[in-house]
Design a protein around this ligand. Structure first.
Ligand SMILES: Nc1ncnc2c1ncn2[C@@H]1O[C@H](COP(=O)(O)OP(=O)(O)OP(=O)(O)O)[C@@H](O)[C@H]1O
Length: 242
């Protein structure tokens, strides 16, 4: 069953078309790798899916709810890590996660356990009392991921989640993301292509606002006339040249 359904989605900023007639879907429990060069329209798509930006045309549904007509229902079901996580630098990690839990209206009784759970998953347990602005970039990124996971929403939309992490943290996060598949439906945007090969079943490549590829990773090479041995990077460069 599709958990995310996008049809003919178009967004114009004045006379600039950021995304043009995108149609795709993500089944429940699936991870979709969402790729494209800078300015291709990835963040715009994710902002529409999370109810932060209205589309100009077309529709997007999350868990059966239209993102435009039912944004609150949609927001309740999505954990979103934007490109720039919405952190409050003067708060402690614990204070911030507690604050996000209240925004998400998580039931009071389970909040402490839920904060401990996401802190454990993202490796934040030892820094819960620290002020966010004093944390390293990688730890700030983990706080951004932790807030997305709070409440265990069925859909997770992660915009460059491994940005700023060191190689060890990256590999830990990849394992975490893989572990989320099945229970959650994910859209994962990243510029690190091997990460997609390691984590995702399906990939959507957009280029200049249009879909350049939308296939299972194993089929990508043959569908686009590339040798079987071609890496995702080679296919990506080929499809997004010019
Ligand atoms: N608020 C805005 N007003 C006008 N144009 C915008 C606005 N936001 C984005 N754009 C334009 O829309 C296009 C798509 O931008 P978007 O940020 O969605 O791309 P992206 O794929 O996320 O890029 P990146 O990988 O660099 O983050 C770009 O041409 C961008 O300049």
């Amino acid at each position: 069953m599709p958990m995310i359904e996008v049809q003919n989605l178009t967004k114009r900023y004045r006379d600039r078309i950021a995304i043009d007639q995108l149609t795709f879907s993500v089944n429940e429990g699936e991870i979709l790798g969402f790729l494209g060069p800078n300015g291709a329209g990835k963040s715009t798509t994710m902002k529409i899916l999370t109810g932060f930006l209205p589309p100009s045309e077309g529709t997007a549904r999350v868990a059966g709810f239209d993102v435009f007509t039912h944004p609150l229902e949609v927001k309740r079901r999505i954990g979103y890590l934007p490109e720039t996580p919405p952190l409050y630098p003067e708060m402690t990690v614990h204070g911030y996660l507690k604050f996000v839990a209240s925004l998400k209206q998580l039931p009071g009784r389970g909040v402490k356990a839920e904060i401990d759970r996401v802190a454990g998953l993202t490796g934040l347990t030892d820094v819960m009392g620290r002020i966010i602005q004093n944390l390293s970039k990688g730890y700030k990124q983990r706080v951004g991921i932790a807030q997305a996971l709070l409440g265990s929403p069925p859909v997770l939309i992660l915009d460059e989640p491994t940005e700023g992490l060191d190689p060890v943290q990256r590999s830990e996060l990849r394992a975490l993301i893989r572990g989320l598949a099945g229970k959650h439906t994910l859209i994962l945007s990243t510029h690190i292509l091997p990460e997609v090969t390691m984590t995702c079943e399906k990939v959507l490549i957009i280029h200049q606002g249009k879909i350049a590829a939308y296939d299972a990773i194993q089929k990508l090479a043959s569908v686009h006339g590339q040798p079987e041995s071609a890496s995702l990077e080679e296919i990506f460069i080929k499809l997004t040249a010019a």
